[in-house]
Design a binder for this molecule. Structure first.
Ligand SMILES: Cc1cc2nc3c(=O)[nH]c(=O)nc-3n(C[C@H](O)[C@H](O)[C@H](O)COP(=O)(O)O)c2cc1C
Length: 391
């Protein structure tokens, strides 16, 4: 990094009226510490406040209906009590000068009905998916380091508009909770993404078949978010070439689907698109046979110009495996506006200060269990990473 002020420290206007103090975004990270019946605690407040110097924080994925997920101790947002529980978190981030969006999530077929918490209040509607097609190769975590098999028992959603309504209710509650906006997770083989994939979505109604039909549910979810927040407070996280949770599609299908989706999102003038390069060789390697990409495929080169052009009000965030130095160069080349860092934010709560002062970045020397657990105490590997200069 040069000794000049890093381009990542420039201020940016997000949407029409949300000034960010820098271009650095803390990416959404599930950390499984919502130990008060899927609600945050004081520890959650401490964790996010420690990281509030990021220009923008994206919360850990938050589920729109009860017991939605792969993970124990993930947060949910479907009742007033959940909004109430998140108020201290958003208020503390704001007091520290930060901004925070809620990431809104429905895990879809990446759930397992055998997990003990999914049926705890008797309202579990089954593992919902566009069609009854099992995800192959997923791993479902029991929270104690164990894994379960894929869910066989899927329920094809009868009327996707009922789920869109749940999204809308959850977003409304998130606004009550004090979030500045909402990010839709549209990658990872989760519900929104699985509608776009022709192997997971075999529907013959208006939600399946053509590109337009496969993107209908994702866009209806986005439109519901816009009804709640207005388009300039909505972000969407995509990963056009993703393979996670059996979401691989051919290069041609990815290009067709995501060209249409990105055009539609830009037309809606949403605040930002977060473009992940997960599963893109050579950045992050290993794709299943039959789903390889042409050499040199880079989502920023392909989709970036669709977002960053004179007619667009939407700005571009990128993610996955970037270093600060690489992101700086992309900002300086005018190719991106924001950079989302995930794993760097675990051991570097003060990442912004470290970049500002040119200090070395801390490495996670504790192992990958720090990501999702198991942990002996909820503080461990969560709020116990020191800031630079503290001893
Ligand atoms: C512990 C952990 C939890 C994550 N949870 C989420 C999540 O809830 N929602 C999401 O969109 N991505 C999630 N991700 C992915 C990150 O947001 C990010 O896309 C990924 O870590 C790649 O960025 P990085 O190379 O900067 O870490 C998670 C990643 C990690 C390491």
């Amino acid at each position: 990094m040069s000794s000049q002020k890093s381009s990542l420290l420039q201020t940016v206007l997000l949407g029409d009226d949300l000034p960010l103090s820098n271009r650095i975004v803390m990416a959404s990270m599930t950390r499984n510490r919502n130990i008060d019946n899927m609600k945050p605690t004081q520890l959650t407040t401490t964790y996010y406040t420690q990281r509030a110097s990021a220009g923008l924080i994206i919360s850990e994925g938050m589920h729109i209906y009860p017991q939605a997920t792969q993970w124990e101790h993930v947060p949910v947002m479907y009742e007033a009590e959940h909004a109430q529980a998140w108020k201290p978190v958003t208020a503390a981030v704001h007091d520290a000068g930060g901004k925070i969006f809620m990431q809104i999530w429905h895990a879809g077929r990446a759930q397992n009905e055998k997990m003990k918490w999914v049926k705890q209040d008797g309202s579990f509607p089954g593992v919902l998916a566009p069609s009854k097609v099992k995800a192959v190769g997923g791993r479902f975590r029991t929270g104690d380091g164990g894994h379960l098999e894929n869910t066989e028992n899927l329920t094809a959603i009868e009327d996707p508009r009922t789920v869109v309504e749940q999204y809308k209710k959850s977003a409304t509650l998130s606004e009550d909770a004090g979030f500045d906006g909402v990010e839709v997770i549209a990658l990872g083989g989760y519900l929104v993404h699985s509608f776009m994939n022709s192997r997971a979505n075999l529907r013959t109604d208006e939600y399946g078949g053509s590109v337009q039909n496969r993107c209908r549910f994702p866009l209806e979810v986005v439109d519901a978010m816009i009804l709640v927040y207005g388009q300039r407070r909505v972000g969407v996280k995509i990963s056009p070439f993703d393979c996670y949770n059996d979401s691989a599609a051919t290069y041609e299908e990815c290009m067709g689907t995501f060209t249409y989706l990105v055009e539609q999102l830009v037309q809606r003038q949403i605040a930002y698109i977060c473009l992940s390069r997960r599963a893109v060789e050579p950045f992050l390697g290993r794709r299943p046979d039959g789903f390889h990409l042409p050499a040199g495929t880079d989502p920023v080169d392909i989709f970036g110009p669709m977002v960053k052009n004179a007619g667009s009000k939407t700005i571009l965030m990128v993610n996955d495996g970037y270093t600060p130095g690489e992101a700086e160069k992309l900002v300086e080349a005018g190719k991106i506006d924001l950079i989302a860092f995930g794993r760097l934010y675990i051991p570097n709560p003060d990442l912004v200060t470290r970049i500002e002062k040119g200090l070395p970045l801390a490495e996670n020397d504790r192992g990958n269990h720090v990501h999702y657990g198991p942990f002996r105490s909820p503080e461990e590997d969560y709020i116990d990473w020191p800031a630079s200069g503290s001893s």
